[in-house]
Design a protein around this ligand. Structure first.
Ligand code: 13P
Length: 255
C-alpha cells in the first residue's frame, strides 16, 4: 500500500446477501464502524438494496457500488440493469468480471471488457476483477492468465478513463474458502498487474492505479496483506457483512 501515489480503497462485495430491509440495518452498523477511515470505503450491494444504500450513505464517507452492469444502454435484455440506471440512482462504483460471474454466468474476458467500457462511458468507477483458479496456479500460469484478463478487460479503455478503474486481484481458490493468499503471493500478482498496466499506459498511470486484493480477507489478516507495497486495498466478501470485521479491515488500512 503506497498512499502517497494512489488511493487505498476498501470495498465490500455483499454478493447475493441481504434484503433491502436487512441492508438498512447492516448499513446502520457499518457507518459508525468506518466513520474514521483514512481510506476510501465502498459497499457494493445487490441491485435491490442500492436505493436504500445510496439514501443511507448520503453525506457519509461511504460510497455505493453495484455488483454488475449490462453493456447495452437499453433494450430487450430481460433482467439486466444498464449503467445509466445505476448512475441515475446515485451509484458511483460497479464491479465487473467477478469470478462468480465468470464461473456461473458465462462471463468472458470480452463481456467483462464490454461491461467495463459501458460503465466508464456512463461515468461510473469500475472495480475490475481478475484472478486464477487453483488449477491455473498449480499449472504455473497465474501471471500469464492475470495479464491476459487485465489486458482484455482494459481493451479500448483510455489513459484518462484509467483514473476511474480499480483492479481487484482475487484468486478464485481464496474466495469464500478461508484460504487466503499469502501476502507474498498477493504482492507478486498485484505487482504483475501493475506491470501490465504500465506496459499499456505508462508508469504514471500504473503508479496511480489502485490494485486491491480479495479472497478471504478478514480482520486478522488485513494488516499483513495491506502492508505490501502493491496491495492498495481490499475487496471483501464475507467479512463485509459484519460491521465490526469490516470496520477492523478499514482500520487496518490506516497503518
Ligand atoms: P470472501 O472475502 O468471502 O472470500 O470473498 C471475496 C470476494 O469474492 C470479494 O469480491
Amino acid at each position: 500500500m503506497n498512499q502517497t501515489k494512489r488511493k487505498t480503497i476498501i470495498a465490500g462485495n455483499w454478493k447475493m446477501n441481504k434484503t433491502a430491509s436487512e441492508a438498512a440495518e447492516l448499513i446502520d452498523g457499518i457507518l459508525p464502524a468506518v466513520q474514521d477511515a483514512c481510506c476510501e470505503v465502498v459497499i457494493c450491494t445487490p441491485f435491490t438494496s442500492l436505493v436504500t444504500a445510496v439514501e443511507k450513505c448520503k453525506g457519509t464517507n461511504v460510497h455505493v457500488g453495484a455488483e454488475n452492469v449490462h453493456f447495452e444502454k437499453s433494450g430487450a435484455f430481460t433482467g439486466e440493469i444498464s449503467a445509466d440506471m445505476l448512475v441515475d440512482l446515485g451509484v458511483e462504483y460497479v464491479i465487473t468480471g467477478h469470478s462468480e460471474r465468470r464461473q456461473y454466468f458465462a462471463e468472458t474476458n470480452e463481456t467483462v471488457n464490454k461491461r467495463t467500457r459501458a460503465a466508464l462511458a456512463a461515468g461510473l468507477k469500475v472495480i475490475v476483477c481478475v484472478g486464477e483458479s487453483l488449477a491455473e496456479r498449480e499449472q504455473g500460469v497465474t501471471e500469464e492468465l492475470v495479464r491476459l484478463q487485465t489486458k482484455i478487460a482494459l481493451k479500448d479503455v483510455t489513459a484518462e478513463e484509467m483514473q476511474r478503474i480499480v483492479i481487484a486481484y482475487e484468486p478464485v481458490w481464496a474466495i469464500g474458502t478461508g484460504r487466503t493468499a499469502t501476502s507474498e503471493q498477493a504482492q507478486e500478482v498485484c505487482a504483475a498487474i501493475r506491470k501490465v498496466v504500465g506496459e499499456l499506459y505508462g508508469s504514471d498511470v500504473a503508479e496511480a492505479t489502485t490494485i486491491q486484493y480479495g479472497g478471504s480477507m478478514n480482520a486478522a489478516n488485513a494488516q499483513e496483506l495491506l502492508s505490501k507495497p502493491d496491495v492498495d486495498g481490499g475487496l471483501i466478501g464475507g467479512a463485509s457483512l459484519k460491521p465490526d470485521d469490516f470496520g477492523a479491515i478499514v482500520a487496518a488500512a490506516r497503518q
